[in-house]
Write a new protein. Structure first.
Length: 380
């Protein structure tokens, strides 16, 4: 191949090579890379590629020493290749971007930034301080509700429902607003309803007292109040009384004889002296600070005439105090009195009043006797 031919081929190859680093504008002919693509379509692709490599190396050796006539021939026989240096890459589009309108590129006017709201101070967050035990109280109430529901369900199937119902009543110590309504519970006796009310009142009051006083001794006071509330009204009984000549102990005495009418008889205007013997039951004793059981009973004696029921003699209240290291099961009163001399003939009643100073219970009884004129009628 002639030098000119090699130069022409080399020029074509240069056009292809330069396109890798710049942008080539070709006039009056197709681009060099298109020619190469068509040449590559033939069977001798490998041979042409090798020859092209040799031509490039030879052109590099020629350098500036190429013949001017050859260059002129190249310029007349091949398209003029104008090399354009690559421009720096455009900056990334931000506020404005090119918009194609009929083949022209227009610039979008810069967008004005949206108006910014004036800065507001950070809101002041005021924490809501709740009691530390709020969550615990809610959980406790829920547990009380669940427990009460289960206990009530079981109580409905029992012949004796008091254990379950009393346990529900006990929850009023911590949840006083969930009290039972015994009147609404079917199948209970009046006494059972009464006991539930009293026990529920005890538990609710105990819970309040413990929280208020912070003193465990509140339990003792509440138990005492419960005992007083559960017990029936105090009943003091006087099972046996007698007018005696001598009393040696409980149930051990000598009494005056009774007449045929079953009454004691004394000689009128005689100032008869007698010993009153009274047995007492259901009295109250309490343990004092000295470890002794204290019993306090008061007594009063009044003589009434059967004719008009007017009292003819009276002895005011007297307090008898008894202390014992052992709690007494039996108790009796002995009182010596002298019947007034002005008691005339007739029938009388000696009224005996006994009051328990511990419980406040009272009892009374009467002993019938008569005043006679004949000494032979005394005790007959």
């Amino acid at each position: 191949m002639s030098t000119l031919g090699r130069a022409v081929r080399t020029g074509m190859i240069l056009g292809v090579t330069a396109s890798a680093v710049g942008c080539a504008t070709l006039h009056e002919a197709e681009s060099a890379d298109t020619a190469i693509d068509r040449g590559a379509a033939g069977p001798d692709v490998t041979r042409i590629a090798e020859q092209t490599q040799r031509d490039v190396q030879q052109l590099q050796q020629l350098g500036e020493g190429i013949d001017p006539n050859v260059a002129k021939a190249l310029a007349s026989s091949r398209p003029v290749i104008q090399w354009i240096e690559p421009s720096p890459p455009p900056a990334p589009a931000r506020a404005s971007a090119g918009i194609a309108v009929r083949g022209e590129a227009r610039s979008r006017p810069p967008r004005e930034p949206p108006p910014q709201a004036p800065e507001q101070p950070d809101p002041v967050v005021v924490p809501v301080v709740e009691p530390a035990d709020t969550a615990g109280d809610d959980r406790l109430r829920q547990l009380v509700v669940e427990l009460s529901a289960e206990l009530y369900r079981q109580a409905a199937y029992r012949d004796m429902p008091l254990p379950e119902l009393l346990l529900i009543a006990a929850t009023t110590m911590v949840s006083p607003d969930r009290a039972l309504v015994p009147d609404a519970i079917p199948g209970l006796t009046d006494r059972e309803r009464e006991l539930i009310v009293k026990m529920q009142t005890f538990f609710a009051q105990l819970g309040q007292d413990l929280v208020k006083t912070q003193d465990p001794e509140a339990i003792v006071a509440a138990v005492n109040a419960l005992y007083s509330g559960l017990a029936d009204e105090p009943q003091l009984r006087l099972p046996h009384v007698a007018l005696c000549t001598e009393v040696r102990g409980f149930g051990d005495y000598d009494q005056f004889p009774l007449n045929q009418a079953g009454r004691y008889a004394f000689l009128a205007h005689s100032r008869q002296q007698v010993v009153i013997y009274v047995e007492i039951e259901d009295f109250t004793s309490e343990l004092n600070d000295n470890g002794q059981w204290l019993t306090q009973l008061s007594q009063q004696w009044v003589v009434y005439s059967d004719r008009d029921g007017i009292p003819v003699w009276r002895e005011d209240w007297q307090v008898g105090v008894d202390m014992s290291r052992n709690r007494r099961d039996d108790f009796w009163i002995v009182q010596v009195i002298t019947l007034p001399k002005d008691l005339s003939l007739g029938r009388y009643q000696l009224k005996i009043h006994i009051r328990d100073e511990m419980s406040g219970a009272e009892a009374e009884t009467a002993i019938d006797f008569e005043m006679v004129a004949d000494p032979r009628l005394v005790g007959t």
